[in-house]
Design a protein. Structure first.
Length: 369
């Protein structure tokens, strides 16, 4: 007999999918509606995380190429845009969790001990794949995911073994941040490429020209405050002087000790500033959109973490977490994570278009005819 055509439920595997909400009791008969709600929402999160990981890797792979054709940048933007759309939906998904009353959650919460949301290896994968480093966790006194997963009893839990394997594997991958840094480092600055013999001089001149523009803009702002009688010149001048010094330190990457790493970071930061400052140029329009999508992605992650913390506080207050963590206090600390720090910092330095230095080699950034 010929194979019958696939049905909707066959294609989606609904017979298996709809039997995965039974919880630890392996039986939905008598299961509290709140527990089913909890399981379904978290399973949805994990399905979204799976799709997010696919699109982050696709974006990373395009940017990690030794040379990135201009026509590939819209593909990267597309992958990031879908990721951000999913994260927006995931943030709103907490509304479903908040239909659960505190008492309703407490009626089954003890079943979760000692499991914890920290054991979502897909969320840990997302963090690591994006570029979150252990030193960022250490700075906030937060645990190393790999060590936490190693503590799980993989001999009795296939899922624990899978978690260890996945975290170990993703830790060896190129991160999205690493790929973006490599891509930014190749950005032509005032028409100069890294391979040009005079590139270092061109980057230094761009930074110097920009800092001088920052100073001129600062002087105009000081006068504006004085004219508005908000403060005297003596009060305003130190603030703008400190801002210029901060810009100088950042653009010259003086916060980095290693000379090679400092030179790389200097060019990356100058490239970011260049893209943001001359964003209307045809050659820079898609790169600027890509940068905006990365910033949006991290903003949405912060919003997701914040929304998670507030949902937990609303439902169970500041109890100890089911996995033994500090509960809401732990979740609040994770909202301080920043992976793409330079992309955020550069916004402090941007000037109005009429104040930015004159563009050199403008033909370099136009469309070829």
């Amino acid at each position: 007999m010929a194979n019958s055509p696939p049905s909707y439920w066959d294609y989606l595997g609904l017979d298996q999918l709809l039997n995965l909400q039974q919880g630890l009791d392996a039986n939905e008969d008598g299961q509290l509606a709140d527990e089913l709600n909890f399981i379904v929402v978290h399973q949805c999160f994990e399905l979204w995380f799976k799709l997010i990981l696919r699109h982050i890797r696709l974006a990373r792979d395009h940017l990690a190429a030794p040379e990135v054709p201009e026509e590939h940048i819209p593909m990267v933007v597309h992958n990031l845009d879908r990721t951000n759309t999913i994260l927006n939906l995931a943030v709103s998904q907490f509304k479903v969790m908040e239909t659960m009353t505190p008492q309703g959650f407490l009626d089954f919460r003890d079943k979760l001990v000692p499991s914890s949301g920290f054991q979502s290896f897909q969320m840990r994968e997302i963090e690591i794949l994006l570029g979150l480093e252990q030193k960022d966790r250490d700075a906030l006194g937060l645990p190393d995911p790999l060590e936490q997963f190693r503590k799980l009893d993989s001999s009795s839990s296939p899922s624990a073994k899978l978690a260890q394997k996945r975290i170990e594997a993703v830790s060896l991958e190129k991160t999205l941040k690493g790929a973006i840094d490599d891509w930014l480092a190749r950005t032509p600055i005032q028409g100069s490429l890294p391979s040009d013999t005079s590139d270092e001089q061109a980057v230094d001149e761009f930074i110097q020209d920009y800092l001088e523009a920052v100073e001129r803009h600062g002087e105009s702002q000081i006068q504006r405050f004085v004219n508005a009688q908000l403060m005297t010149k003596e009060q305003a001048a130190p603030r703008f002087s400190a801002a210029r010094q901060s810009a100088l330190e950042f653009l010259n990457a003086n916060d980095i000790e290693d000379s090679k790493e400092r030179a790389d970071a200097k060019r990356i930061r100058a490239a970011l500033l260049f893209i943001e400052s001359y964003r209307e140029l045809p050659l820079l329009a898609w790169p600027r959109t890509l940068i905006d999508k990365i910033v949006e992605l991290e903003e949405l992650l912060v919003l997701w973490r914040t929304r998670h913390a507030r949902m937990v506080e609303r439902v169970i207050g500041r109890r100890v977490g089911t996995g033994g963590s500090a509960g809401v206090d732990y979740l609040d600390r994770t909202t301080q994570y920043r992976i793409f720090k330079e992309l955020w910092s550069i916004r402090t330095l941007l000037l109005p278009s009429q104040h930015i230095p004159a563009l050199k080699n403008p033909n370099f950034y136009g469309f070829a005819l």
